[in-house]
Design a protein around this ligand. Structure first.
Ligand code: SRM
Ligand code: SF4
Length: 590
């Protein structure tokens, strides 16, 4: 099923435009080795060179510095406080209790004492010092996890509805997810050579190759998800490639998947040629075709994605520029067969279902709300300790959700009292009593580790939610579900453009406020007001929340209400989103 780069269809890049710098770096890197070992050995600095920093991303590692200390260190004429973030790939978000215990310990010995569950079902360590980096990544691999291709111009962690044992259908989608993830993993031996060791020779000393990617990999990152309706918890429309599980009439047998392509959220303020885009539904394929379809869609992007401009290099731009009809024809040409017509499906929500859910096989799964997915001990809540104790007692597994929450999964009936007792002991049984707003809130990491942050996000979310909760409670809406998401910059890591209320950082203490996405993740929001100062947010949104409480129609979602009543217009095309993005939409409630 593997394909070599298709030279008949490679001529994507207009000769006049030079390739982006990263293309040369990848080509010269000898399958992602570059100077990584040299830079790791350099003890004169806690950092690495910029070029090496581009390559370590493919190994799941980001060079960062503590931005809280930047100004002070600059004033003192000292080097930045460099450290590394490592992202651990967890296909479908499934890990074992033993793996949890290992990561929990590594967070203390090698990182900043916290674990972060990401918006794409992965773990992150922050604050790893250079001297600890090799042993951290090596230990992750010894726990049978890895960081390979968690970042970089490759297919990233493949996401899947995180409750696979809920039914056989869910279990089968996890198997499909893992098959896609395995097939699209880079084949370079560099990762094992550098971080694991002893893997420099393969049988017969064959020359190295990347059968799917080729030596310059993809033009940009590539993200795949698998969804099981009616839950859109993986936010399928935000991803380059998505598969929607389609069941037979009984709802139990998996017939195949609808395929979605061309979603993506990253954009830049004031650059109208960049925009978030909702994925298109491309067609249908059978279960046995999924891996092949994923490969041919990825290689089409490999060959036609824009390698001259990294801000225009995601699949969403290839599809926007060339059209979905062209894209489908090219994919079918590569497949050698036609895709089927999309089958009917319906998503009802993006959020997680909290508390206990019983599976068909007699086990149960407990979804626990975690604010921003950050696991640490504080004076008020020993969350990290609690989850370690649960991991030590737990016989099933853990599932990381795409909403930064955790499922204590596959709990047998006789184990349930043990888990319940531990949740109670550590007051975690109260976590799910949070307000409807908090339970549907998400943030990206932002400051102090993210080098691209323009404003706070994770550290500001609790205060932001608390302020708006006061308005919600006064309006009698404490338990109403409204999706709220915040990011520290427009890259969209917390998927803010798919929230009914989205905040996107513009500058310290200032956010663009977006309203009107669909509760089930199928419609982008649109700018309501630009550059709102933190202290003005409640005054801006409070009246809308109160009016929603009084005037909503039966079952009407907040995102639909703000469109019906004229606070914002529904997004149409991606360009439509952006045209308005820099000009505040008129406030003209009917
Ligand atoms: Fe992201 C870059 C964190 C999900 C779009 N993202 C970054 C970096 C690595 C900053 C950097 O390049 O220096 C951030 C590291 C911060 C830190 O200190 O940890 C970062 N992204 C995250 C995470 C950890 C946010 C979180 O709080 O969970 C998520 C990790 C997911 C994972 O496990 O793989 C994360 N990032 C996303 C998502 C959401 C998604 O994929 O569902 C998006 C929007 C969807 C999309 O890709 O369009 C997203 N991240 C970006 C972008 C913009 C890409 C673009 O096409 O424009 C960047 C910047 C870039 O790539 O140049 C970025
Ligand atoms: Fe950093 Fe921006 Fe992503 Fe937040 S959205 S983690 S600030 S890149």
């Amino acid at each position: 099923m593997s394909s070599t780069p298709d030279t008949a269809t490679v001529p994507t890049t207009p000769a006049a435009k030079p390739l982006a710098k990263n293309e040369g770096l990848k080509a010269a890197s000898n399958f992602l080795r570059g100077n990584i070992l040299r830079d790791l050995a350099d003890q004169s600095t806690g950092g690495i060179t910029d070029d090496t920093g581009q390559l370590t991303k493919f190994h799941g590692i980001y060079a960062q510095d503590d931005r809280d200390l930047r100004n002070q260190l600059r004033r003192e004429g000292k080097e930045k406080a460099f450290s590394f973030m490592a992202r651990i790939r967890v296909p479908g978000g499934v890990c074992t209790p033993a793996q949890w215990v290992t990561l929990d310990a590594l967070a203390d010995t090698h990182a900043n004492g916290t674990l972060k569950l990401t918006t794409r079902q992965a773990f992150q360590f922050h604050g790893i010092l250079k001297g600890n980096l090799w042993s951290a990544i090596n230990a992750v691999n010894r726990a049978l996890l890895d960081t390979l291709a968690a970042c970089g111009d490759v297919n990233r962690n493949v996401m899947c509805n995180p409750n696979p044992e809920q039914s056989e259908l869910h279990a089968e989608t996890l198997r499909v997810t893992k098959a896609i993830a395995d097939h699209l993993l880079p084949r370079t031996r560099a990762y094992h050579e550098i971080w694991v060791g002893g893997d420099t020779l393969v049988a017969g000393g064959e020359p190295e190759s990347e059968p799917v990617y080729g030596e310059t990999y993809l033009p940009r990152k590539f993200k795949i998800v698998v969804a099981v309706p009616p839950s859109n918890d993986v936010d399928i429309y935000a991803h380059d490639l998505g598969f929607i599980a389609i069941a037979d009439a009984s709802g139990k047998k998996l017939l195949g998947f609808n395929i979605t392509v061309g979603g993506g959220l990253g954009m830049s303020h004031n650059q109208v040629e960049t925009f978030p885009r909702i994925a298109d539904v491309l067609g249908f394929c059978r279960v046995d075709q999924v891996v092949d379809v994923a490969e041919k869609i990825l290689t089409t992007q490999r060959d036609f994605g824009d390698r001259t401009d990294r801000k225009h290099a995601r699949l969403k731009y290839t599809i926007e520029d060339r059209g979905v009809v062209w894209f489908r024809a090219e994919v079918e040409r590569r497949l050698g067969y036609q895709l089927g017509s999309p089958r009917p499906f319906a998503f009802t929500h993006m959020g997680d279902r909290y508390g206990w859910v019983d599976g068909e096989n007699g086990t149960s799964h407990y979804t626990l709300f975690l604010m921003s997915g950050r696991i640490k001990d504080t004076a008020e809540l020993k969350l990290k300790t609690a989850l370690r104790e649960i991991a030590l007692a737990h016989k099933g597994d853990f599932r990381l959700t795409a909403n930064q929450n955790l499922i204590i999964a596959s709990v047998r009936p006789e184990e349930r009292p043990v888990i319940d007792a531990l949740l109670r002991k550590h007051k975690l049984d109260r976590a799910n009593d949070a307000s409807g707003l908090a339970l549907n809130a998400m943030s990206c990491v932002a400051l102090p580790t993210c080098g691209l942050a323009l404003a706070e996000s994770e550290r500001y979310l609790p205060e932001l939610v608390a302020n708006l909760e006061t308005e919600m409670e006064a309006a009698g809406l404490r338990h109403d579900e409204i999706t709220l998401r915040i990011t520290g910059c427009p890259n969209g890591c917390g998927r803010p453009y798919l929230a009914e209320i989205g905040f996107v950082g513009r500058a310290p203490g200032k956010y663009n406020v977006y309203l009107g996405a669909a509760f089930n993740g199928s419609r982008l929001n649109i700018l309501y007001k630009a550059s709102v100062v933190e202290t003005d947010i409640v005054a801006l949104l409070g009246p809308i929340i109160r009016r929603y409480a009084l005037e909503r129609t039966k079952g009407e979602r907040f995102g639909d209400f703000v469109i019906r009543t004229g606070y914002v217009k529904a997004t149409g095309t991606p360009a439509d989103f952006h045209d308005k993005a820099e000009k505040p939409a008129p406030v003209a409630p009917v």
